[in-house]
Design a protein around this ligand. Structure first.
Ligand code: NAG
Ligand code: NAG
Length: 489
């Protein structure tokens, strides 16, 4: 599996002074109209790019976050969720094209975001507190379309990488190789409420100094660690597509200015572990090693993916931004879209949401999830074939005719057979894994990914059901217990 470029890029960044440590979210769970803070239990108004633990859902609490089985971010003690609005390009013909995040490729890898944990104690060098359980907050204002010079306004910025402009609060007015969307969160907490009606007023920016420094007011006396999000959008491919007199990018919330960029955070930390890291690190820059965090690998982060919650395309070429989000350029605030009919959530585990083919009846093989593979040491190595018109059916037929217990499709056109799957190659419970490549012979089917294999197992005895939990779309993945019982892995 090719490593995403995010790590290399982020590692070469000038880390802001007194950055205690960086949570590297190598990947994303998905891009989706979901926001458990602002729109619990329904489709949210616009599309977000969402990273963190796979306990993420349309509604969730701290315990759900802590119950995550995997995360797209690197520090193991952190199962928080981090999200912000997704960027699109408005083409001259009126279509909207999703803008890739650095690290996205067409083999199933998704790029992510970098979350800086900044130790900014202010002039009195306050001892910083970890986020408490159940804590959540948002920064930025989705409806804003004009520049302001208050701390909330200064906290949203855009860096044009490969251009020659300064950091701007608006989206850059010139073509850039990359646009780095950035937002700093408030760090002064009222010490009582873990959320508030507008998800903002329980926290404020410092009262003086700067938005990421300064003293906390007496109304919000508890000084928290400062969060700073960075998302790198790969805008190089759009450089020659500019037209007219406005910059052509737009955030998913219909924001053609950049002033309405916003971010959200749900705490999923092992709180004592975060507090210990803050205590050890203090203001020392770059103290990941002294904090002695255990890290997930990039490929573990890549394999952590959620199935879609809504049946609607959010990437590629779109006729409109998902939801009701007319593009506005200010300076007046955008109007809230209260009359837009929200689509139904699709929370069932189904072949469509989970990317598998039901061949239980036709071939007596059951889907058991998306496993890992390694080129030099195949997960299934007893027989193989490849084809420019591979399908799940063809691969299962190939392995079945040779009486193998497992068939696996990979990298769009490869098919492998074997009789067992090592436990370190087995699917992760609750994640759809990195199997996102369409089959070379049927674009409606999924045939694994790069280093990721869609696994089908021969049924034994009477029952033959796909190993996905029906009641939960997160399912998704696999019911490993059942898979193990059916054939020891
Ligand atoms: C509009 O233009 C974009 C960019 O060239 C292209 O990708 C897209 O397919 C076009 N949309 C339609 C509906 O033709
Ligand atoms: C996600 O939330 C929905 C709506 O509350 C719920 O029906 C579903 O069971 C949840 N999924 C998981 C895996 O908890």
């Amino acid at each position: 599996m090719k490593p995403s470029r995010l790590f290399a890029l982020a590692a070469s960044l000038a880390i802001p002074a007194s950055s205690t440590f960086v949570v590297q979210c190598y990947s994303r769970l998905f891009d989706q109209r979901a926001d458990p803070i602002v729109s619990p239990n329904v489709a949210s108004e616009h599309v977000h790019t969402i990273s963190g633990g796979n306990g993420f859902n349309v509604t969730m609490n701290y315990n759900k976050a802590r119950a995550s089985k995997c995360s797209t971010c690197n520090i193991k003690k952190d199962l928080s969720n981090y999200w912000s609005s997704k960027l699109y390009f408005t083409a001259q013909n009126g279509s909207f094209l999703s803008v890739p995040i650095i690290g996205d490729n067409n083999q199933g890898n998704l790029g992510g975001m970098a979350i800086y944990y900044l130790y900014r104690g202010g002039p009195k060098n306050d001892k910083l507190r970890a986020f408490p359980p159940d804590f959540r907050m948002m920064a930025g204002d989705s409806l804003k379309r004009h520049e302001t010079d208050d701390f909330a306004g200064r906290a949203v910025t855009h860096r044009c990488v490969g251009g020659n402009g300064p950091e701007t609060k608006s989206l850059p007015n010139q073509p850039c190789d990359q646009i780095r969307a950035q937002i700093t969160f408030p760090s002064c907490w009222d010490g009582k409420n873990t959320d508030s009606a507008n998800h903002k007023t329980h926290v404020v920016y410092p009262k003086n100094g700067n938005y990421n420094g300064g003293e906390c007011p007496s109304s919000h006396p508890v000084h928290l660690v400062t969060l700073f999000y960075e998302v790198y959008y790969d805008t190089k491919g759009f450089k020659n597509m500019w037209y007219g007199d406005k910059q052509p990018f737009v955030f998913a919330n219909g924001d053609g200015t950049g002033y309405g960029y916003h971010g959200d955070f749900i705490n999923g930390w092992d709180v004592p572990a975060l507090q210990k890291a803050l205590d050890i690190c203090g203001e020392d820059a770059d103290c990941e090693s002294r904090a002695s965090f255990t890290m997930r690998t990039q490929s573990e982060a890549q394999e952590c993916k959620l199935a879609p919650l809504i049946n609607e395309p959010v990437s590629g070429v779109l006729a409109a931004l998902p939801g009701c989000n007319p593009v506005t350029y200010g300076p007046a605030d955008a109007s809230p879209q209260s009359t837009c009919a929200a689509p139904k959530l699709n929370l069932k585990a189904s072949p469509e949401t989970l990317g598998y083919v039901d061949v239980t009846k036709s071939k007596a093989y059951r889907y058991v999830g998306c496993g890992k593979d390694v080129a030099g040491q195949r997960t299934l190595n007893a027989a193989w074939t490849s084809s420019a018109d591979m399908t799940v059916d063809k691969c299962v037929d190939f392995c079945k005719s040779r009486a193998f217990g497992y068939a696996g499709v990979e990298y769009a056109g490869e098919c492998y057979c074997g009789n067992s799957v090592a436990s370190n190659r087995a699917p992760v419970v609750g994640s759809v894994g990195n199997c996102l490549m369409k089959c070379s012979g049927n674009k409606k089917q999924v045939c694994g990914g790069a280093g990721a294999i869609s696994l089908y197992q021969a049924c034994k005895g009477g029952s033959c059901t796909n190993a996905v939990k029906r009641e939960s779309r997160r399912l998704a993945a696999v019911d490993l217990e059942r898979a193990r019982a059916a054939a020891p892995l």
